[in-house]
Write a protein that binds this ligand. Sequence first.
Ligand code: ATP
Length: 309
Amino acid sequence: MQPAPAVTVRVPAKVNVQLAVGGPRPDGFHDLANVFLAVGLYDHVTARPADTGAPELTCEGPGSEDVPLDGTNLAARAAVILAEHHGLKPAVRLHIAKDIPVAGGMAGGSADAAGALLACDALWGTRTPRDVLLGLCARLGSDVPFSLVGGAALGRGRGEQLTELPVGGTFHWVFALADGGLSTPAVYRECDRLRGPAPVPEPEPHPALLAALAAGDPHALAAALPHANDLQPAALSLRPPLADTLDAGLRGGALAGLVSGSGPTVAFLTADAGAARTLAGTLAASGTCRTARATTAPAPGATTIVSHA
Ligand code: ATP
């Protein structure tokens, strides 16, 4: 018997080991120097055939009640944009199994968009070339191309102009997941408000940070992490208890800690797998976060793990 047609794609979360933010541009976006690192927390996006004119969506997992199930969902938008590109109807049932925190500063929605693009491309047999897929990703959002590519990359422009970066080893991270999310646009607005009218320097990647990544050296990377996220003061201003989470992680043995992207997830770098496991336990019991997860980086980008198309 033939298996039912279904394609499941696994997509990683990201942490920004550097997020240098320029001043607001006339179009409302900010120029960035964004050092993305894909980490081993994953959403799974499954595509199955349907005979409707629009994507049908279901979602399960922590925070899934806050994920829109209409055409605004980034996975649904990805299916529509791919179908339009090929002159097809976006007839698909998409199921998202979420493990990436929703509105957590780890690009969960972007991950689902990249996952849906790959899953629909396989389900529909459209064989879209990689560079075209990357172009569609950039139309969907600044972080979506990186979700497809994974590993580590420097993002310029709004973050969508990617250059892959070498990583010389495995890094061990702990993520303190918060209750509730933070709105990315609200965090950028708060960043602009805190900075006031003073001119902001052009965002540039930090050479010592890129060298630490290339060397796979957690101690050197830790030395470069404090103040690497220009959105951190804004996230702390909007969510002051995150300072307690940062404190708990540093007292619990992290080499360094920083807010992940626009937050409220807090990322901690540790020396090795044992230190990460211990810190995850300490943080989970600290009362300063909902839970804590130990994982490694870099993780691969969007990957097809089941294909019965
Ligand atoms: P980033 O790190 O890219 O700034 P984030 O990780 O903070 O984003 P997301 O989980 O991507 O935040 O979600 C931001 C908002 O996008 C959610 O509050 C939700 O309303 C909307 N959204 C649309 N599609 C999705 C999706 N597939 N998963 C999660 N949220 C989605």
